[in-house]
Design a protein around this ligand. Structure first.
Ligand code: SAM
Length: 222
């Protein structure tokens, strides 16, 4: 059982010695986000642990034509598929996610996206799939970081929420197997807010693709 669960909120998740709140979720294979008001949201852990579906292909995989970095790669369904035809690396702060990604043949490293990342400045595509634009609770800061990782002319493929959500920045917990994690900062960006968030981080929105109720914005440095 991960010691992250039921520990004080001051836990520094970025310390490499400490487990990620997501470790236990990936071990158990299910989990829910719990918002500050107590509302919960089922996470698609099953889907993340499976093979890419049609929406994954249309929204992410078909658009990648060069070296690709999957930030918050989880169990690696996207990066493992990409690795068959491209240089592709997944990074994730969860040791269990990285273990699962490697076991399916992906190159994956246990890293915080704000740590030094191999190939910085050389990635043609950076993926922020499954709502990962929310990592760290500050999408402008995250995109600013991702900007340093991109090659000149590269793009970010960022999955966003439906129109009308705007931007939500809050502290969430994970609910896994009857236990709460410590809180961590997370954000949600809706289709209606991506242009503003991208602009604040020095990007422009090139295109938006929607498949099966999922939405991905392609962002280029402005
Ligand atoms: C919503 S899940 C996305 C799942 C993933 N895209 C997949 O295909 O399975 C968020 C993922 O981001 C990872 N994560 C959270 N904060 C991170 C950080 N600062 N740096 C790298 N990965 C992070 C989590 O460990 C988790 O795997």
């Amino acid at each position: 059982m991960s010691s992250v669960f039921d520990v004080p909120p001051a836990l520094d998740l970025r310390s490499p010695e400490r487990p990620s709140v997501f470790d236990h979720m990936f071990t158990v294979g299910s989990g829910r986000f719990v918002r500050p008001d107590g509302r919960t949201e089922q996470l698609d852990v099953d889907q993340w642990a499976g093979d890419p579906d049609l929406a994954d292909r249309r929204l992410f995989l078909d658009s990648c034509t060069g070296p690709t970095l999957d930030v918050g790669c989880g169990p690696g369904r996207l990066v493992a598929d990409l690795a068959r035809r491209l240089p592709a690396l997944g990074i994730d702060e969860s040791r269990e996610a990285v273990r699962q990604a490697r076991s399916r043949g992906a190159a994956a490293l246990r890293l915080d996206v704000f740590d030094p990342v191999p190939g910085a400045g050389q990635w043609d595509h950076v993926l922020l799939a499954d709502g990962n634009i929310g990592i760290g609770g500050d999408p402008v800061r995250l995109l600013g970081r991702v900007r340093d990782l991109l090659s000149p002319g590269g793009n970010v493929l960022a999955e966003v929420s439906p129109r009308g959500i705007g931007i939500i920045r809050d502290e969430r917990r994970l609910w896994v197997d009857g236990r709460y994690s410590s809180p961590f900062a997370w954000a949600v960006v809706g289709l209606d807010a991506i242009e503003m968030v991208a602009g604040d981080a020095g990007f422009e929105v090139g295109s938006i693709r929607s498949v099966a109720g999922r939405h991905v914005a392609s962002l280029q440095v402005a």
